[in-house]
Design a protein around this ligand. Structure first.
Ligand SMILES: Nc1ncnc2c1ncn2[C@@H]1O[C@H](COP(=O)(O)OP(=O)(O)OP(=O)(O)O)[C@@H](O)[C@H]1O
Length: 698
């Protein structure tokens, strides 16, 4: 177990016979996962074959400590433990037992293989189903992006599967809780119609989105003696971590499955529940405690200190308007900083971090800058500020898409140039970005000159004109060195155009290998660009497998241009965690990476976004949950208390992952020029007032 010396409580977990079930509960940072990883090590060293051990987590990121553990070189030789989410398990089983269930589940072509959809490809098919309805005027009064509309309909289907009700009941449930304007009732009906049609479309075309995978697993496979027998014989030992972040269907299945494991370690983080908006249910999770033979409680923390704990308690009291008396010690672990405008705040954060790193010896990787949302401009300004001070920074925005990456934009422009038959428009701006990326080190001015002189957006079929045709003065300005590369690029594209076209993923892999990664070209030695290319190729491949259309390369390009396919960048948390750099991340994402940071900066403290949830006109995370009574109305009272509760939980979670100090940053005028005094800022102001009042007391 590396250099950690385990506590007595942790030792007690691992010094057992691998028999019987244990329910381990405790707050974040109390060492539960560390004990579980040591337990896994113990199981493997005691001779249990790895592939008989199932490690289940609600989300891949939460499995990282186990993924790392099974990569250690000192493990005994043999098979590896199986690390899965419920969805991953469902997908495996549906593949395996497809011939047995496909017909009964209503698929039109049980003789053909199933096609498992990703979040992206599901959006693509949703577009096929919903676009004609949008043309008929569906969702006329709803102002949200098309892809968010699609993702909410998919989310509704998922919620029905997670909670365990018929997807045809969605609108009934949503409407029963609605108290606002009647026009919304029609929106729910239309969302229901879309969900029904999408499900039908999936059944007709052998497509399985997450909801359908889970429903088939839960209602058709799990109930089969054959499947249960297979599962109980395959897996004899279970580690199920972060049950509080999993969905009721997972808890139901584990309720029945758990007794058949030879040993089981079930772990609950008593502060968690951050994935509630994705269907996680802490209450159904805790029912697993009842069937475990032994219950163990971990106390304390390896991460925070008593002053941070006091700050956490004071903030909860302030937020929930309870009476409290803060200890002056909390002053030492937080600081509130106000600036009038955003740029000044960015500068202040940069200077503060510079002094933390250079004067106080804090490692950059121990610093996290957190905000409810991280916009592109915020991310860019922070990265630039830190870079100018020589501080390494990394950012995590789950919503950052592959199509936003310059390397992707370059590759897709090249794809359009190479496939004139697609007749897709190409702008000069795209040519500029492509040249700067392809040639590496080419400046904006020269790239612009090339785009102006060598390309006509009106005649995209003609592609790039030859450098040799330019007048000598222009050639001089662009430079002959660039001219040579331009000619090499043109020659490559010409040769490709006259040969048999490849599928888009094949084209991307080839131009990367034959041209862009060659010495002198922009992707040579650039690991980030190579990683982006690999992810793009993978995204196109998944799309190609799911969309059998002959012109699927062109279709992919169109879908990405319209934003239907966002090609989410599945940058691994592992990659991010490994670098010693300041992390810039949405607060919620930081919580789900489950890693502590010594110093945290909380940005936009005045913003209401810390408190209120994202507007989702087609769905509702609380109404679509198992504990919501079908006849109850969702009023402002419920809304207020849900927001309060979720902010309180988030603050506890952030501080549970903080070992040093919090800097709370507030700008009078936010990025949009508005003044905001949201509940987070108010809680800190209340705390300041009380601390000041204590100081003036005799
Ligand atoms: N015995 C120990 N001695 C020193 N540090 C420890 C010990 N056990 C755990 N830690 C450290 O404490 C931190 C939290 O541990 P761990 O992730 O196991 O806690 P947890 O209760 O599972 O929290 P979470 O629910 O957030 O995952 C980690 O950085 C870990 O390295």
């Amino acid at each position: 177990m590396g250099t950690l010396s385990l506590s007595a409580a942790q030792q007690a977990i691992i010094e057992r016979e691998p028999v019987g079930s244990v329910y381990l509960e405790g707050p974040a940072g109390s060492g539960k996962t560390t004990a579980a990883v040591a337990w896994l090590d113990h199981l493997l060293h005691s001779g249990i074959p790895g592939d008989q051990i199932l490690i289940l987590t609600p989300q891949r990121t939460l499995a990282q400590p186990y993924v790392q553990a099974v990569q250690r070189p000192d493990l005994p030789p043999g098979s590896l433990p199986v690390i899965l989410t419920l969805n991953g398990l469902a997908q495996r089983l549906v593949s395996l037992f497809w011939p047995v269930v496909a017909r009964d589940a209503g698929f039109a072509h049980p003789e053909k293989s199933p096609v498992f959809l990703t979040a992206e490809t599901a959006q693509f098919y949703m577009a096929q189903v919903v676009d004609p309805l949008l043309e008929e005027g569906y969702f006329d009064g709803v102002t949200i992006d098309r892809n968010r509309l699609f993702s909410q309909i998919l989310d509704n289907l998922n919620k029905a599967a997670f909670i365990g009700f018929e997807h045809t009941e969605l609108a009934t449930r949503l409407k029963a809780a609605w108290v606002g304007k009647p026009a919304q009732l029609l929106v729910y009906d239309q969302a229901q119609e879309c969900a029904n049609r999408f499900r039908q479309y999936c059944l007709e075309n052998n497509l399985l989105d997450f909801s359908l995978q889970l429903e088939i697993f839960y209602h058709r496979l799990w109930t089969s003696f054959l499947v249960r027998n297979y599962l109980t014989q395959t897996f004899t030992h279970l580690i199920y971590d972060n049950i509080e972040e999993d969905v009721p269907a997972a808890h139901d299945i584990l309720q029945e499955w758990l007794p058949s494991f030879t040993s089981a370690l079930v772990i609950n983080d008593s502060d968690g529940g951050y994935r509630a908006f994705l269907g996680a249910d802490t209450e159904t999770g805790t029912t697993l405690a009842e069937i475990c033979k032994q219950k163990v409680q971990f106390e304390g923390t390896y991460v925070t200190n008593p002053r941070i704990d006091q700050l956490s308690a004071c903030l909860s009291d302030a937020l929930l308007r309870r009476v409290y008396t803060p200890s002056p010690a909390v002053d030492q672990v937080h600081q509130i900083h106000f600036e009038r405008f955003y740029p000044a705040m960015i500068g202040w954060i940069g200077a503060r971090i510079e002094s933390l790193v250079h004067e106080e010896g804090v490692a950059p990787g121990e610093i996290a800058i957190l905000a409810p949302f991280v916009s592109d401009s915020l991310r860019f300004s922070l990265m630039a500020e830190l870079e100018s001070r020589g501080i390494p920074a990394r950012s995590h925005r789950p919503s950052r898409t592959l199509r936003d990456e310059p390397a992707t934009r370059c590759l897709l422009t090249l794809a359009k140039l190479a496939h004139p038959d697609w007749e897709l428009p190409i702008t000069r701006q795209e040519i500029r970005v492509m040249l700067m990326q392809s040639f590496g080190g080419m400046d904006l001015i020269r790239a612009d000159l090339c785009a102006q002189t060598l390309f006509s957006p009106k005649k995209p079929r003609e592609g790039l004109a030859s450098f040799d045709r330019l007048v000598p003065a222009m050639q001089e300005r662009i430079t002959h060195r660039i001219g040579e590369k331009l000619e090499a690029l043109r020659a490559w594209l010409d040769a490709y155009r006259t040969s048999e076209p490849l599928p888009l993923d094949g084209f991307l892999a080839r131009i990367f290998g034959e041209l862009l990664s060659q010495p002198g070209f922009g992707f040579a030695g650039d690991l980030e660009a190579a990683a982006v290319t690999a992810r793009l190729v993978e995204s196109v491949q998944k799309f190609r497998r799911a969309a059998s259309d002959a012109e699927n390369g062109k279709l992919y390009m169109q879908m990405i241009a319209e934003g239907v396919i966002a090609a989410q960048s599945p940058q691994s948390y592992e990659e991010l965690a490994r670098t010693d750099a300041v992390l810039i991340s949405p607060a919620h994402t930081f919580l789900m990476t489950n890693r502590p940071a010594q110093v945290q900066f909380w940005l936009d403290a005045g913003s209401l976004n810390w408190w209120q949830r994202l507007m989702q006109p087609l769905t509702h995370p609380y109404v679509l949950s198992r504990r919501w009574p079908p006849d109850r109305k969702w009023t402002d009272v419920e809304d207020y208390s849900a927001n309060q509760e979720s902010l309180a939980r988030m603050l506890r979670g952030l501080l549970r992952r903080c070992s040093g100090r919090v800097f709370v940053c507030s700008v009078t005028l936010n990025e949009r020029g508005d003044e905001e005094h949201g509940p987070l800022l108010q809680a800190f102001q209340s705390l300041r007032r009380r601390l000041n009042a204590r100081e003036v007391q005799p």
